[in-house]
Write a protein of this length. Structure first.
Length: 83
């Protein structure tokens, strides 16, 4: 598993990280959602992380890569994910 986080956001609650970790088995990647808005960090399964590494020269756009994988939205009570 790999967390993707923007480097200028130290405001994410540890409970959010745990929630993502506990829910990743439901999909290929998990994304936190606060009040209908998705944010960071995103948690990638090993399957997605390996696909990114193998295809980094062919498709450097992460959003395009993630379109081919199953997404799971984890509702959290953490406005820090939107910073």
């Amino acid at each position: 598993m790999v967390f993707l986080e923007n480097v200028d956001n130290p405001f994410v609650d540890n409970k959010t990280l745990e929630s993502l970790k506990n829910e990743i088995y439901k999909a290929d990647y998990a994304i936190p959602v606060f009040e209908k808005n998705s944010g960071h960090p995103i948690l990638l399964s090993a399957k997605v992380a390996n696909a990114i590494i193998q295809n980094q020269k062919n498709n450097p756009n992460l959003r395009n890569v993630l379109k081919s994988f199953l997404r799971y939205e984890v509702k959290v009570n953490d406005p820090g994910i939107l910073v």
